[in-house]
Design a protein around this ligand. Structure first.
Ligand code: KIV
Length: 287
């Protein structure tokens, strides 16, 4: 892991050398700074912010206005990692122009690249963005913005036909100029088949080991997601939610019982001034 900024060339070289890219989501300044200092290679400012940061039931109602707040916080924090802004629902589907304008807004806010969901159906949008000089990551498999069409958060690519369709989608995206593709929620063997059919890096989330890097949503990894969703593929590395809740309980307890603040949490002053103030207070003197 070098200290210089990660670029599309760094990522291509990592793949060529057989290395695995480390990829997480982040939506705020502190998490992005910690992830960057820890040496992750890529940070996705995902539209999963709708659920992780805003408590929404899915990703469909978050828009560019909210995403740009999260994107700016992350890009201000990051010094090394490659930052990808996730184009939210209806920011690129309506037209090539909407795709270029909104992707451009992410780039102006400091993103290195953008991500959009879909395979062959979105190649025109991808081409419009790559023609505008914007680095684009594709996203196939389980695409949460098509939740209703997919019939829920379901594993994709479970048959040979479905795996071949995913490989065709991946190749179409590659032809449209993506620098990488993310594949979500597919069996490991399906991801391996797609991996073998494209030259660009293929990253996985819930797609097994035969890919060029792993993405995990930071709230899942850190144990700070508020809600019931607990995907099978997640490995938890901390219990941040429990730690935070315990800290708030201990604080509340200390405030209510008078244990906080104690003398070490108070600003000291010259003892003579302190006794003059106390004397004035106890004698009711106002001047
Ligand atoms: O928004 C996000 O975090 C994503 C991942 C679930 C792939 O798109």
């Amino acid at each position: 892991m070098g200290s210089s900024r990660v670029t599309v060339s760094t990522l291509a070289a990592l793949k060529a050398g057989g290395g695995k890219a480390v990829f997480v989501t982040a939506y705020d300044y502190a998490t992005a700074a910690f992830a960057d200092r820890a040496g992750v290679d890529m940070i996705l400012v995902g539209d999963s912010a709708a659920m992780t940061m805003m408590g929404m039931p899915n990703t469909l109602a978050i828009g560019m206005t909210e995403m740009l707040v999260f994107v700016r916080a992350v890009t201000r924090a990051v010094q090394r990692a490659f930052v990808i802004g996730d184009l939210p629902f209806l920011s690129y589907q309506p037209s090539d122009e909407s795709a270029v304008r909104n992707a451009g807004a992410f780039v102006q806010a400091g993103c290195d690249a953008v991500k959009c969901e879909g395979g062959r159906a979105v190649v025109a949008r991808v081409r419009a963005m790559t023609d505008a000089g914007i680095a684009v990551m594709g996203h196939i498999g389980l695409t949460p913005q098509s939740l209703a069409q997919l019939g829920g958060y379901r594993v994709q690519g479970k048959s040979l036909d479905a795996a071949r369709r995913l490989a065709d989608d991946a190749r179409a995206l590659e032809d449209a100029g993506v620098f990488a593709i993310l594949i979500e929620a597919v069996p490991a063997e399906t991801a391996a088949l797609v991996h073998d059919r494209v030259r660009v890096p293929l990253y996985g989330i819930g797609a097994g080991p035969h890919v060029d890097g792993q993405l995990v949503i930071s709230h899942d990894l850190l144990g700070s997601f508020v809600g019931e969703i607990s995907p099978r593929f997640v490995k938890r590395y901390a219990a941040v939610g429990q730690t935070v809740e315990r800290a708030f309980r201990d604080y509340a307890d200390d405030v209510r019982t008078g244990r906080f603040p104690s003398p070490e949490h108070c600003y000291p002053i010259d003892p003579v001034c302190e006794s003059e103030i106390r004397h004035a207070r106890l004698n009711g003197a106002l001047t």
